[in-house]
Unconditional design. Structure first.
Length: 190
C-alpha cells in the first residue's frame, strides 16, 4: 500500500513539474470552400504540434469566441499568376495570415488529402510561429515533399526537426511576451 501511494505521489509531482503546453488559437476561414477531409487535416496538424508540446485550438472564423493567433484562409483556386507547385503561403513577418490554395492540395493528393492538407496547415502555421521565412532539409518544414513523403504522411505524420521545434517554442514565447507588454500600462502614475 505504501509503495503504491509513493508511486502515485511521484506521478502527480512529475505531472505538476511538467510545463503546460503552449496554446495557439487557429481560426479557419473557409470562404465558401467545401474542404473535404477537413477533420482529418485538423487532427493531423494538431498531432504534429502536440508532439512538440504545442496545443492547437481550432475555431471557425465566423463563430470564433476568442481572438486568434493564426487565421487560415482557404482559397478555392490559386491565382493564375502563381507559379506551379505552390500549395499555400504564410506571412511570417506579419505573423497571422495563411492562405491555402485548396485546388492545388486537392488535385495533387486526392487519395490522402486529409493527411497532406494537415501537413500543409502545420507547415504554414509553423512559419508564422517561428516568425521567419525559412525551410528545413527534412520533415514538416521541408520546402517540397516527394511523392514518397506524401504517401508516408498517410501512415505516420512527418515531424518538425528539433531546431524547428525550438524556433516555434521561442516564437510562441515571444508572442506571449509582446501580448503581455501590450496589456501592461506603459506610463502609470504611482
Amino acid at each position: 500500500m505504501k509503495s503504491a501511494l509513493c508511486s502515485l505521489l511521484l506521478a502527480v509531482a512529475k505531472l505538476q513539474a511538467e510545463e503546460p503546453p503552449a496554446t495557439v488559437a487557429v481560426c479557419l476561414d473557409y470562404q465558401g470552400v467545401e474542404v473535404k477531409a477537413g477533420s482529418k487535416a485538423r487532427y493531423v496538424a494538431w498531432q504534429i504540434f502536440k508532439d512538440i508540446g504545442v496545443k492547437i485550438v481550432w475555431s471557425i472564423c465566423e463563430f470564433k469566441k476568442r481572438p486568434e493567433d493564426v487565421r487560415i484562409r482557404f482559397v478555392a483556386q490559386a491565382p493564375d499568376d502563381l507559379p506551379p507547385g505552390i500549395l499555400a503561403f504564410a506571412l511570417p513577418y506579419e505573423g497571422k495570415t495563411v492562405e491555402i490554395y485548396y485546388d492545388r492540395v486537392h488535385n495533387g493528393t486526392p487519395s490522402f488529402l486529409g493527411d497532406v492538407l494537415g501537413h500543409v496547415m502545420a507547415h504554414e502555421i509553423a512559419h508564422l510561429l517561428q516568425g521567419v521565412a525559412r525551410h528545413s532539409e527534412s520533415g514538416v518544414l521541408k520546402p517540397n515533399w516527394s511523392a514518397e513523403e506524401k504517401e508516408q504522411m498517410s501512415r505516420r505524420p512527418l515531424q518538425f526537426t528539433s531546431h524547428d521545434a525550438e524556433l516555434i517554442r521561442t516564437g510562441i514565447a515571444s508572442r506571449a511576451s509582446k501580448r503581455a507588454a501590450a496589456r501592461a500600462p506603459s506610463n502609470a502614475l504611482r
